[in-house]
Design a protein around this ligand. Structure first.
Ligand code: CA
Length: 228
């Protein structure tokens, strides 16, 4: 059997559901549709789709609750599609573990590209060769996706984890903001360097002894970041 990707659409607007369903079926994705937070969580847990498209304004709650429930058991890519435009809302969703954020109204072609990018990232980020990395008190087990600091396991959001392994894979080299944005989000438009800064800051708080004097992730002012 071919490897057909499945998507859970969480949306309460019937026109958007219709539009998304038609376009995604054409691309041969298997689909489930949930119209409430409750339905979304139970459909997710029952079917474990490959990707989730998530509206934030749902009749029985906030889509953010869906992200939190998903993240308790899986790192499945979540693309938020929301009419909420402000930067804080975006960062809040990304921080909660969403992989991407698309503002309504959106172009289907753009959403499709982001879906492909999100699915591809999950596949290509399985590291090769050595399955462990250690430096100082930081250790990463790529197979288990487990990060430890001084022997203690710490929890990283999927994006934090991907940024960390991208930097580790290129350690010693300076990675520009644009390069990191493209690698992590699959495109650089719409995600600002400021968003990346937020992620690096939370990542440092988790892995650095003293986040204001980082030992692992060094800032190259005006350029990007380098893993020491
Ligand atoms: Ca809605």
């Amino acid at each position: 059997m071919e490897d057909r990707k499945t998507i859970l659409i969480v949306e309460d607007d019937k026109y958007i559901i219709h539009f998304l369903s038609i376009s995604l079926k054409e691309e041969d994705y298997g689909l489930w549709v949930a119209k409430t937070v409750k339905e979304a969580v139970s459909l997710f847990y029952a079917n474990r789709p490959d990707l989730v498209i998530l509206d934030l304004g749902l009749p029985d709650g906030d889509g953010m609750e869906v992200i939190e429930s998903i993240r308790e058991i899986a790192d499945t890519p979540v693309i938020v599609v929301s009419a909420r435009q402000n930067e804080e809302e975006k960062i809040r969703a990304l921080d909660a573990g969403a992989d991407d954020y698309v503002t309504k109204p959106f172009y289907m072609g753009e959403l499709q590209a982001r879906i492909r990018a999100a699915l591809r990232k999950r596949e290509t980020y399985t590291p090769d060769k050595s399955s462990c990395f250690e430096q100082g008190d930081l250790s990463v087990d790529f197979e288990k996706r487990q990060v430890k600091v001084a022997g203690e396991e710490i929890h990283l959001t999927p994006i934090e984890y991907r940024i960390l392994i991208l930097l580790i894979a290129n350690r010693g080299k300076v990675l520009t903001h644009n390069y990191i944005l493209k690698e992590i989000w699959g495109y650089a438009e719409g995600v600002e360097a400021g968003t990346l800064r937020v992620f690096v800051a939370t990542l440092r708080r988790k892995i650095e002894k003293n986040p204001s004097q980082p030992q692992h992730i060094v800032t190259e002012v005006g350029v990007g970041y380098r893993f020491r």
